[in-house]
Design a binder for this molecule. Structure first.
Ligand code: MSP
Length: 492
């Protein structure tokens, strides 16, 4: 079975990790865990983008060498990943030897293929974007810190692959997603594509991977960074590990880095004759509600502080359910509390308490036996198509479907009232409670990629460790413990 290979962008280490970094990484982690749940092997790569002007400048500001700066910043990211319960398969830093060597091999290869040439270039350079910008972009006023630069550099013949790229994007509807982003890239490709400047003279920027055929230059940070996706799985023509992973199933990115991923990267791969990734998926941005949250009002709340206050799983659940993949979403404390109280405290948390209390009180803390009569719940659960939602990147819809199922378990309890049944028809009460508990177990297994720790607690409350999605895996006769509320209500 092929590994499902999923990547996040590699993050710049010029600043501390923020919501953008946290979000994409949680999303990739959740998708990878979901793939494993539906029994597909998955390989999840994340890492750090450590070269380039921005990092060099951050290091200068802190009065340390660029390498020391990176070594100091890397643990901050690793700590955050551990705090957010991120289970990556590999973590790559672009200053590692394994990456540097492959970037240099690739530069030699592209050069040998005749796709690199030297030329004098004069143009506007945006430090914030780390790239040359066009006159039109300069006029837009969107690019701060633009300066005019004239220098000799190495160029990659990106324009040579323009037609092939357009054809690929038009024909393969999975390639760039969602469609709005695909159209955006096609719009960009209507103009003639220029070649890509892939070097920086060391006199201007030292912090980068040396160009193997000219020691006076370092590699442009994006040309270096994009290669992480194949250097981590050890790109070489005959490496077994590489062949097992590549092509990647999805590169998850934010919408602001669409051009580099859907124009630079595919043309680089075309020059190398390496297959293209199957999908590049660009998600939207988290916006904060300016009016309700502003620095001057002093009520800015970072999602990362919410983790300390309400626990990592609640924040993971909020981020995964609140954003429709592809669109922007607004982050606010108000919407966090609303979603937490309605979905987690009310629908899920109360159901756990109800089921476990009834079993504890009336069935000696032992999972009762069902009479295996037909019930709607076992049918309803079969209608949740996890793989379909994953294939279509509909995380919010998938979670909605699972929560709808949780609500229908609550409805089943209301309808059958096992607390009344125990008094006059214990066998029927046993059946109802078994069905509710088993449905809750399956819903919990389905939610575990999003909330790994809390779901373990719920399974524990049901006396189960099974991660099976099959109906009937909950064993009658299993002892269950007393439980405390899993998601205590947030009182405002
Ligand atoms: N180093 C490059 C990526 C190289 S990949 C070969 C980079 N790094 S970054 O640290 O600046 O940004 C990483 C990601 O954070 C981007 O995907 C960006 O879209 C995302 N976000 C930054 N702020 C964000 C929000 N407010 N909301 C969601 N994601 C946003 O770019």
């Amino acid at each position: 079975m092929k590994n499902y290979y999923i990547t996040t962008p590699i993050y710049y280490v010029n600043d501390k990790p923020h919501i953008g970094h946290a979000y994409t990484t949680i999303l990739a982690d959740t998708l990878a865990r979901f793939r494993r749940l539906v029994s597909q092997k998955s390989f999840f790569l994340t890492g750090l983008d450590e070269h380039g002007l921005k990092v060099q400048q951050a290091a200068e500001k802190n009065g340390v060498s660029a390498k020391d700066h990176c070594d100091k910043m890397a643990p901050a990211f690793l700590e955050l990943w551990s705090k957010l319960n991120i289970q990556y398969s590999d973590f790559i830093r672009t200053t590692e030897d394994r990456h540097v060597k492959i970037v240099q091999n690739i530069l030699n290869e592209v050069n040998k293929n005749g796709d690199i040439y030297q030329d004098e270039y004069e143009g506007w350079y945006s430090v914030a974007e780390e790239r040359f910008i066009t006159d039109r972009e300069l006029d837009s006023g969107l690019f701060r810190e633009a300066k005019k630069i004239k220098e000799r550099n190495y160029f990659f013949k990106m324009s040579k692959y323009q037609d092939a790229l357009i054809e690929k994007i038009e024909k393969d509807t999975n390639f760039i997603q969602p469609t709005t982003r695909k159209n955006e890239v096609l719009g960009f490709l209507k103009q003639d594509l220029s070649d890509l400047c892939i070097s920086r003279p060391k006199s201007r920027l030292e912090w980068g991977i040396e160009i193997p055929f000219d020691k006076d230059y370092v590699t442009y940070v994006w040309f270096d960074a994009l290669i992480n996706y194949i250097s981590a799985p050890k790109y070489s023509e005959d490496d077994k590990h590489f062949k097992q992973l590549w092509p990647a199933d999805v590169h998850l990115i934010g919408k602001d880095i669409l051009t580099t991923h859907s124009v630079y990267w595919p043309t680089m791969l075309m020059s190398l004759n390496i297959p293209l990734p199957k999908t590049i998926f660009a998600h939207g941005w988290w916006l904060t509600d300016e009016e309700k949250m502003s620095k001057s009002l002093g009520n800015v709340i970072s999602p990362l502080t919410l983790v300390d206050e309400f626990g990592v799983d609640a924040v993971r659940y909020y981020l995964m359910s609140e954003m429709v993949l592809g669109s922007d979403a607004t982050f606010s404390l108000e919407s966090f509390i609303k979603r937490y109280n309605s979905d987690l405290a009310n629908d899920l948390g109360n159901l756990v308490s109800r089921v476990s209390t009834l079993i504890n009180k009336n069935f000696d803390s032992v999972i009762p036996s069902p009479n295996n009569s037909k019930n709607d719940l076992s049918n309803k659960v079969n209608n949740i198509n996890i793989e379909d939602k994953l294939d279509n990147f509909q995380m919010d819809r998938l979670l909605q479907n699972i929560m709808d199922f949780v609500r229908s378990i609550n409805g089943y309890m209301e309808k059958n009232q096992p607390w009344k049944l125990v008094k006059n028809d214990k066998e029927l009460a046993a059946d109802v409670l078994y069905n509710a508990a088993e449905s809750l177990r399956i819903a919990t297994v389905m939610l575990s990629p999003v909330m790994p720790e809390k779901c373990k607690e719920i399974l524990n409350a049901l006396g189960s460790t099974s991660s099976s999605l099959e109906w009937g895996s909950l064993k009658p006769g299993e002892k269950i413990p007393e439980t405390n509320p899993i998601f205590p209500r947030i009182v405002e």
